[in-house]
Design a protein around this ligand. Structure first.
Ligand code: ATP
Ligand code: MG
Length: 415
């Protein structure tokens, strides 16, 4: 693809505000003689003709200076990390659209002192910056300044691999330096229907042992990204086939028992990241969830859902045959999201019926009487209030009262 082609695609893929912003940055870079590039995944997606959500900008020699010059000219503020040569431009009102900020990164090289360590960063050329990346298809850049607008930089054979549909690392130590790349490789492989190059795949067995050195946050982030993908299920399967789940934690191996069909559902309630985690892990026992949490350090809200779902399997049989008010009492002790996920995965039957009623109607049932009303009737505030209101709610749930009038009569009789 020639530079005219990239220039056109770029103009067409970004909505007005974003391309306007890009032009301002490119003008400033031109004035200062700073080579400016769009790099990484956005180049890949442009070449594939896929929609571009955003872009990453790299400046050869001076992202911070460029950001400050832009803020001086157009307004807004800048925060900079001198050590990493990165700057964030807080956009002035006139330039804000979908985004409030624009990141500018100086081209850099990265080295790894230990397997799975965070890299040591040094400023470098664009070529260095391309070489630090994960795969050839993610290691291309398009130049934006001056007459260079639209020029492709493809030092590492990215376009060739993109055309052939190949995911290939840039050097043999790549997965050892950063084992998260093995998960990224599978994500791109399945997302684009590509193949991982044979040489690259043969690096997995040696690198697998370093997965345990990754922090909880880093490995969890990769799994988050996978669960966010519409094709999460085939991605997880592929990871399992390559023994890349068991090395995170043994309880993740053989995940065939988990609820894959539901993980592919397009029910909006099941599309959030937390629901997808819960659907994936719902076959695990509460004990396994605790083991896994020791490795992955789930966020508190997700952990609550996972614990609920793990317990539901065994505990939920008790709601069969209960009065609605009694069932509600049991169900209220579980996370709502957890119940939603669990219910979606259940086969048709009595338990599913009870759960559906709870999730659609029962949970929201409230008596008309409030604490305020009780006070007006001269009852001294205290734990009694809760007791009375619960009694009234139970009467609604169980169909003992059906109108406000009947509720009043019941209240009178209680009082
Ligand atoms: P996606 O469409 O999933 O966002 P992306 O390519 O934009 O894909 P990002 O995670 O946004 O991926 O990262 C942007 C770029 O940074 C990548 O294209 C790649 O060049 C580089 N990169 C990201 N993660 C790594 C990594 N672990 N090792 C090396 N390079 C990486
Ligand atoms: Mg991206």
């Amino acid at each position: 693809m020639d530079s005219q082609n990239f220039a056109d695609r770029l103009r067409n893929s970004l909505e007005g505000d974003r391309i306007k912003l890009l032009r301002l940055v490119a003008e400033e870079a031109t004035e200062r003689g700073l080579p400016l590039y769009i790099v990484g995944g956005s180049v890949r997606d442009l070449a594939l003709g896929r929609p571009l959500n955003d872009f990453d900008l790299t400046v050869e020699g001076g992202a911070i200076a460029l950001a400050r010059a832009l803020a001086n000219k157009h307004g807004g503020g800048v925060t900079a990390h001198l050590k990493f040569g990165t700057a964030k431009w807080f956009l002035p009102k006139a330039l804000k659209a979908d985004h409030d900020t624009l990141d500018l990164i100086s081209a850099r090289s990265e080295t790894y002192r230990h397997p799975a360590a965070l890299p040591t960063v040094q400023s470098g050329t664009l070529e260095d910056d391309l070489r630090r990346r994960d795969f050839t298809v993610n290691a291309m850049a398009i130049r934006l300044d001056g007459s260079h607008f639209g020029e492709l930089r493809d030092d590492l054979g990215g376009m060739d691999d993109l055309q052939k549909g190949i995911i290939r690392v840039l050097h043999p130590r790549s997965f050892i330096d950063d084992p998260t790349r093995m998960y990224r490789a599978v994500r791109y492989e399945v997302r684009y229907g590509f193949k991982i190059a044979g040489d690259t795949l043969s690096l997995v067995p040696e690198a697998r042992q370093y997965v345990e050195k990754l922090s909880a946050q880093r490995i969890r982030h990769e799994l988050d990204l996978i669960l966010d993908e519409p094709n999460a299920v085939p991605m997880l399967k592929r990871l399992d086939e390559r023994d890349l789940l068991a090395c995170i934690h043994p309880v993740l191996a053989n995940f065939g028992q988990s609820n894959l069909a539901t993980l592919q559902s397009d029910d909006p309630a099941l599309l959030t990241r937390n629901s997808r985690w819960a659907l994936w892990l719902m076959h695990l026992s509460d004990q396994d969830i605790e083991f896994l949490n020791d490795r992955l350090h789930f966020r508190a809200d997700l952990l609550k859902i996972l614990r609920s779902v793990a317990l539901l399997e065994t505990n939920l049989t008790t709601v069969v045959g209960l009065k609605p008010s009694e069932a509600v009492e049991v169900l209220e002790s579980y996370s709502f999201k957890g119940l939603e996920v669990f219910s979606a995965a259940l086969p048709e039957g009595e338990i599913k019926n009870i759960l559906s009623q709870y999730l659609t109607d029962w949970w929201a049932v409230k008596p008309r009487t409030t604490g305020h009303d009780l006070k007006k009737r001269g009852i001294p505030p205290g734990p009694k209030y809760n007791e009375i209101l619960r009694r009234l709610r139970a009467a609604w749930l169980d169909g003992e009262v059906k109108t406000e009038e009947e509720e009043k009569q019941l209240l009178d009789s209680i009082l």
